[in-house]
Design a protein around this ligand. Structure first.
Ligand SMILES: Cc1ncc(COP(=O)(O)O)c(C=O)c1O
Length: 346
């Protein structure tokens, strides 16, 4: 099978060479298992450097694992978890959050992947009524599944509301790096300093092989999480290989270079698409995703040359994602292919 160039997801990109090298470098001799090795201590130190000293970090293997373990740890089965109807949590985790937490997932309709406190407020009517699940956690994604980004003010608004109403704020930061790069702010400003209690922080989409972390800013919530991680089957014995990846991403801000480049490629794609008739961009391009509507026949033709997902079949809306390894030439070639497909579909 021919390997098609992918604009489907940053999950399809390779591992950054500096991350791969870091993995090779720690591949020497023995190291104490389960996180008691020097590379893990170093990675934990780097997380505290980035997010501040009141930070507890636990390394994990998958983003779904981080989300699910976080939610399982901070809820009881009679609680509910509030999130956007576009969230990965709701749509792409095979109901693992429901299975592992027992909680009801309450979806808030959203056109751009974001939710607002005004939409959450009416859901609190069930509070204290023993026949209803009890709202406990708000989960937001940064950047969102639609490539949009919450501003720190928007997050603070939700965090304040959560705080006033005895709710926790969880952030799915599988692409926090892209959000911070897009906002031109630090990772902490768009999470901890905006009032997030617990963050699923992603390295995999930012050039790692498999490196995710659960980061607690609310220290009360972090208590005994090591047991939840183990029960969630996310405790890796050869932890040094995950830690090495984070050390590489934080070294000289490789994470930021990767995220900036990825975002710039999405902006370039969006800019060039503006010159093509019959292609309409449907979401703000604030991170590394471009959503667009184009003729059905053009999508079919394009999919013979490139791998990407149709987001909404009824609307002929597609999702194109860029990554740290997308080049300007890739964008030029892709835009030329889109132009040809759209013209030929007439
Ligand atoms: C927003 C978001 N959260 C979480 C994940 C989960 O990652 P994983 O596939 O590692 O479980 C993804 C994966 O694409 C994602 O896009």
């Amino acid at each position: 099978m021919n390997q098609l160039k992918s604009f489907a997801s940053d999950n399809n990109s390779p591992v950054h060479s500096k991350v791969m090298r870091a993995i090779m470098e720690v591949n020497k001799g023995d190291a104490i298992a389960y996180g008691d090795d020097i590379h893990t201590l170093e990675a934990e130190r780097r997380f505290r450097e980035v997010f501040g000293k009141d930070t507890s970090v636990f390394f994990m293997l998958t983003g779904t694992g981080a989300n699910v373990a976080a939610l399982a740890h901070i809820t009881r089965p009679y609680h509910s978890i509030i999130c956007s109807d576009k969230s990965h949590l709701e749509n792409d985790e095979c109901a693992a959050p429901e299975k592992s937490t027992g909680c009801k997932i309450v979806r808030i309709p959203s056109n751009d992947g974001k939710i607002k406190k005004e939409q959450i407020e009416p859901l609190l009517g069930s509070r204290g009524f023993q026949h209803h699940s009890q709202p406990r956690v708000i989960s937001i994604s940064q950047s969102t599944e639609l490539g949009t980004v919450y501003t720190p003010e928007e997050i603070r608004d939700i965090a304040r509301f959560a705080n006033e109403n005895d709710l926790y704020l969880h952030m799915d930061g599988a692409r926090l790096a892209n959000a911070a790069a897009g906002l031109n702010c630090t990772l902490a400003e768009t999470s901890k300093f905006s009032g997030v209690d617990v963050l699923s922080f992603g390295g995999t989409k930012n050039g790692a092989l498999f490196a995710e972390a659960l980061v607690f800013f609310n220290q009360d919530l972090a208590r005994e999480f090591e047991y939840t991680r183990k029960q969630s089957m996310q405790l890796l014995s050869k932890m040094r290989y995950v830690s090495a990846q984070f050390n590489a991403l934080f070294y000289e801000d490789l994470w930021l270079d990767n995220a900036r480049h990825s975002n710039n490629m999405a902006s370039l794609l969006a800019e060039k698409l503006g010159e093509i008739e019959n292609v309409r961009i449907t979401q703000k391009v604030e991170a590394n995703a471009v959503f667009a509507i184009l003729p059905e026949k053009a999508i079919e033709m394009l999919q013979r040359q490139y791998f990407f997902y149709i987001w909404d079949r009824e609307r002929n809306e597609v999702r194109w994602m860029t990554s740290f390894n997308t080049t300007e030439q890739d964008i030029d070639d892709f835009v030329a292919a889109i132009r040809r497909s759209v013209e030929d579909s007439d």
